[in-house]
Design a protein around this ligand. Structure first.
Ligand SMILES: C[S@@+](CC[C@H](N)C(=O)[O-])C[C@H]1O[C@@H](n2cnc3c(N)ncnc32)[C@H](O)[C@@H]1O
Ligand code: SF4
Length: 381
């Protein structure tokens, strides 16, 4: 059977080994494919001999027989925000489904997000999708309302980085786009291994996996992918509220989740990012801040308070007002000494947000009007 993406790292390396070829050729192939993508963009037919020189002839026969072209997905459309700090790519997968990936640029020269000017210019974070739709059904999330459609292959996950790298130098990757990455575990692991190896060489410290809290996967994550950042979509300090807004909390109870996080932290010795959407009248009262403070005060965490992004008629929630958010932050900081940040909004004018889209058709109407909300300073912990 023909392989779909040259970036399905495990598959192509296995093929090379089976053919008696050194798998060390594979990263060289990736480097040339990326260079070609940057220079020429999409291609109908790929001339392996021309585009990837100096391989043994057996490698060319293998590549020709397995791949008509190296990438399995394609970029359908690109949207830039007016300030040019956010770019959204709508990507068509081999099965005809669409996902999106969002580039967020932070101008460190302006010191806009860093507080003070630093050399280096633009740094970019890429928000990546791991699934089409999601079965976890969180009540505040547009992707959840789609239900689960399909998993991305590891190659399709990496291809988002390939396309984004053609537009910006990507320094950080966050799995905060469509889908629950830990529900597509083997593709996640494989894709991160490719991203951290040659030629991408992203530091694991610059990759963040955001999860609703799939306990059995968290238990093996540190072994499979040491050194990554883990972000937990907690969103409520007690099991009752969590179940109301996140049905998955019934299968992964808060108490057991906290036990798993404690174990994760003991093994990894790393800070955990706690994501907390501020929902008016649901989880944003002072008592909730105290409950959250008590729940996480013995952990090494950074709490990131997230303004709820409206998702049209799909949800009954409203975001908390600024006073409530800053009161919440004050309690966590002042009473519990917990580093607590508030996520900033970016790119609202291009109708894109990490994981908040229901992508049915690639027309502008279907893209909703949610804004990208994320803040690199909060994500790199
Ligand atoms: C879409 S999820 C994808 C990763 C993973 N499934 C998770 O839930 O952590 C990324 C982040 O976006 C948040 N999110 C989802 N819908 C949102 C909304 N309407 N407003 C703000 N944040 C939202 C999630 O809670 C999560 O923290
Ligand atoms: S917030 Fe994450 S886990 Fe929940 S439905 Fe959306 S993508 Fe799935």
């Amino acid at each position: 059977m023909p392989l779909r993406s040259v970036f399905d790292g495990g598959d192509i390396k296995r093929e090379f080994e089976n053919a008696g070829l050194d798998p060390k050729f594979v990263p060289i192939i990736w480097k040339h494919v990326i260079q070609n993508q940057k220079r020429n963009g999409e291609c109908e037919e790929f001339d392996w001999e021309k585009q990837v020189p100096w391989l043994p002839s057996a490698a060319y026969s293998l590549l020709r027989s397995r791949f008509k072209k190296p990438l399995s997905s394609s970029v359908h459309s690109v949207f830039h925000s007016a300030d040019n700090l956010t770019t959204k790519l709508l990507i068509k997968l081999h099965n005809g489904a669409f996902v999106e990936t969002v580039i967020m640029r932070y101008d460190t020269r302006l010191g806009k997000y860093a507080g003070k000017p630093r050399p280096g210019g633009l740094r970019s974070t890429l928000c990546i999708s791991s699934q089409v739709g999601c079965k976890m059904g969180c009540k505040f999330c547009a992707t959840g309302s789609m239900g689960f459609k399909s998993n991305l292959s590891s190659g399709e996950i990496v291809e988002q980085l390939v396309y984004a790298s053609c537009l910006s130098e990507i320094r950080n990757v966050v799995f905060m786009g469509m889908g629950e990455p830990l529900n597509n575990y083997s593709a996640l692991v494989e894709s991160v291994r490719v991203m951290t190896g040659l030629p991408f060489q992203l530091s694991p410290k610059r990759i963040t996996i955001s999860t609703v809290g799939i306990i059995h996967a968290i238990n093996k994550l540190h072994n499979d992918l040491p050194g990554l950042n883990l972000a937990i979509s907690l969103h409520a300090p007690i099991q009752d509220i969590r179940c109301q807004i996140m049905p998955a909390a019934r299968a992964f109870p808060l108490e057991k989740l906290m036990d798993a996080l404690r174990e994760y932290q003991r093994n990894s010795q790393q800070k955990i990012l706690i994501e907390y959407i501020m929902l008016d009248g649901v989880n944003d009262e002072e008592q909730h801040a105290h409950q959250l403070g008590k729940l996480v005060e013995t952990f090494q965490v950074v709490v990131n308070l997230i303004p709820f992004n409206p998702i049209g008629t799909l949800s009954q929630f409203r975001t908390s007002n600024e006073q409530k958010v800053s009161r919440f932050q004050k309690i966590l900081r002042g009473d519990y000494g917990i580093r607590t940040t508030i996520r900033k909004q970016m790119g609202q004018d291009i109708s894109g947000a990490c994981g908040q889209l229901v992508v049915n058709q690639p027309d502008k109407k279907s893209l909703g009007n949610a804004g990208v909300i994320t803040d690199i300073e909060d994500l790199v912990i």
